[in-house]
Ligand binder design. Structure first.
Ligand code: J2J
Length: 553
């Protein structure tokens, strides 16, 4: 089975020609670049993870070992691996190894559980899964073994940790360097196989999505390389950049906006921490002289609070990037005051389009806008519900197409019919254009809960809750929350004579193997669902009820 092109909506040939001749697409597979980086700066530190540090040469050799490990197990060009590792050097090595071997990693999160891993594993035809042995008290290795039974093609379990069970691949020892390694020979032998093409899928990213079926986005080598390279340029990254990956690296933001890949491309240093806990992050910033770090607003406000009370040395920080959900101007001011560095808003999406506030934007623009696109080939339209362009300054839905915004979801013809029109991706975001030219995100049309930057599809949670016996009708809406912006609120009409409680729902969904961040944190029990004039659940009315009844909680 091949996932290289099958199920992927390509850019039309004439459009692709434009992107090539404009220099956006270079037809260089990302894996080839790993050795280019290493040859340019073999002794520069590429990766820092706690006490572990690898130079670019060491990183490239380990990436090749990871590629060899994959190939030894029959995984090569066109194979898919679910990667659900926490941030750490092993994640970077495996990711680069996949790119070297032409294997497409699916960027999952350590927060994902059986439900998500199995669904995405089936959809993508994953043949392997990479997990930590345990993480935050959860046995990921046992979970991976369960998932292997549920996913037809999945056969290899790759484990990071000290406690790797028989039959699984020990990731750390597979990539360790023997003392008498003949590096040149190894590199040549690796390149013998079929090299990936730059229009192959490089990585699969998960969509925050609006409908219950999991959606993945196939990013090609060409488009993702441009995405990271152009981001690094816009953000002024260079060999002196020390980028701290504190958000889970499965997200597009820390992965390639400019993130880990953007930093490695310019010869900078990537430090990784397994969690964005403030004490750890502030300590690493001081110790490793971090210059750039990215956060979602909910995480940033915890760092700011910790920095305000503490004595952490943040003098090395040049840019703190913030994006993923709404960031209030007051929070911007406070962050600038406390951190004493540039705070850069980023509006992006795994589907493609990336907007950054620029260094040249005045402070009053930087405070209230979410930036502008990275590419002159990004085409944007702001439209009303009929698809007509709105007058300047007014709010409408943002449609986008461009050199790093794919033309469809992977293997999802029905969803593509809704989410794409003539190659335009419908973002589901309501935006206005600020007089500065930057975009301002003012709301959304899509049915998601944005829980501190983690997107939860209302439809997905509705289906899971609807399956419970005690539930007759269900609707999922965002409940406003001071810390996370929004939390998942479930509104339920119980089945005749039954009672429904929040602990019941939480227990059932946990037992179904659903990621914790999707599990409802608020419950509203109703006698009947409010309906719109056309007989659909009236979520606006539900939001009003939730605000008035739960607002005091
Ligand atoms: C308001 N809403 C925002 C912002 C994203 C960089 C940064 C973020 C993401 C991301 C990303 C927002 N203000 N500044 O992939 O590379 C909401 C919008 C958007 C959705 C995309 C990156 N920045 N959002 O958040 O795929 O609703 O990507 O459509 O997770 O997050 O979510 P996601």
């Amino acid at each position: 089975s091949t996932v290289l092109r099958d199920g992927v909506t390509p850019w039309p040939d004439d459009v692709a020609d434009v992107y090539r001749s404009a220099g956006c697409w270079r037809d260089r597979p990302l894996g080839d670049l790993v050795w280019e980086w290493a040859e340019a700066r073999p002794d520069q530190i590429a990766v820092i993870d706690g006490p572990t540090r690898f130079t670019y040469a060491e990183l490239a050799r380990r990436a090749d070992r990871a590629a060899v490990m994959l190939r030894d197990r029959g995984l090569g060009r066109g194979s898919v691996v679910l990667v659900a590792l926490p941030n750490g050097w092993e994640l970077v090595v495996l990711l680069l190894g996949c790119l070297r071997a032409g294997v497409a990693p699916v960027m999952m999160l350590p927060a994902h559980r059986d439900h998500e891993l199995a669904a995405i594993g089936r959809l993508t035809g994953a043949e392997a899964i990479a997990v930590p042995d345990t993480f935050r008290g959860h046995d990921h290795q046992a979970m991976a073994e369960r998932v292997r039974e549920l996913v037809p093609l999945l056969r290899e379990v790759i484990v990071r940790g000290d406690d790797v069970r028989e039959g699984s691949v020990d990731l750390r020892s597979a990539v360790a360097e023997p003392a008498d390694d003949d590096q040149v020979h190894e590199r040549r032998s690796l390149l013998d196989g079929t090299p990936p093409s730059a229009s192959d899928v490089a990585v699969f990213l998960l969509s925050g999505g609006t409908t219950g079926l999991s959606k993945v986005i196939a990013r090609t080598h060409n488009d993702y390389e441009y995405n990271a390279r152009r981001s690094a340029e816009v953000c002024g990254f260079g060999p002196g950049t020390v980028y701290l990956a504190a958000l889970p690296a499965g997200h597009n933001f820390p992965l390639a906006s400019p993130g880990i890949l953007g930093t490695l491309m310019v010869g900078g240093t990537v430090a990784l921490v397994p969690s964005p806990a403030p004490a750890r992050v502030l300590g690493v910033i001081a110790r490793e002289r971090v210059t750039v770090v990215a956060a979602v607003p909910a995480v940033l406000s915890r760092w700011v609070a910790a920095a305000e009370g503490g004595d952490a040395d943040l003098a090395s920080l040049e840019i703190v990037q913030v994006g993923g959900s709404l960031f209030a101007p007051e929070a911007y001011r406070r962050a600038v005051d406390v951190l004493g560095c540039r705070v850069q808003q980023v509006y992006g999406m795994a589907e493609g389009l990336l907007c950054y506030v620029r260094e040249t934007d005045p402070d009053d623009v930087a405070a209230v806008t979410q930036g502008r696109p990275i590419s002159e080939h990004d085409e944007l339209r702001i439209v009303d519900p009929d698809g007509a362009e709105v007058p300047p300054g007014e709010a409408g839905e943002l449609l986008v197409r461009g050199p790093y915004t794919p033309r469809g979801y992977f293997r999802a013809p029905e969803q593509n019919a809704e989410a794409f029109a003539d190659g335009w991706y419908r973002t589901g975001d309501l935006v206005t254009r600020h007089p500065s030219g930057n975009l301002v995100v003012v709301g959304r049309t899509k049915d998601v809960v944005n829980r501190g930057g983690e997107k939860v599809s209302a439809d997905e949670v509705e289906r899971l809750v609807q399956a419970l016996d005690a539930v007759a009708e269900v609707a999922v809406i965002p409940a406003p929350d001071p810390d996370l912006g929004e939390r998942v609120c479930v509104c339920v009409v119980p089945a005749g004579g039954r009672t429904v409680t929040l602990p019941d729902i939480r227990r059932e969904l946990t037992a179904a193997g659903v990621a914790e961040y999707k599990i409802p944190e608020q419950l509203l029990v109703l006698d009947e669902m409010p309906q719109t004039s056309v007989g659909k659940t009236d979520k606006t009315a539900l939001s009003r009820i939730v605000r008035s009844r739960l607002g005091r909680v």
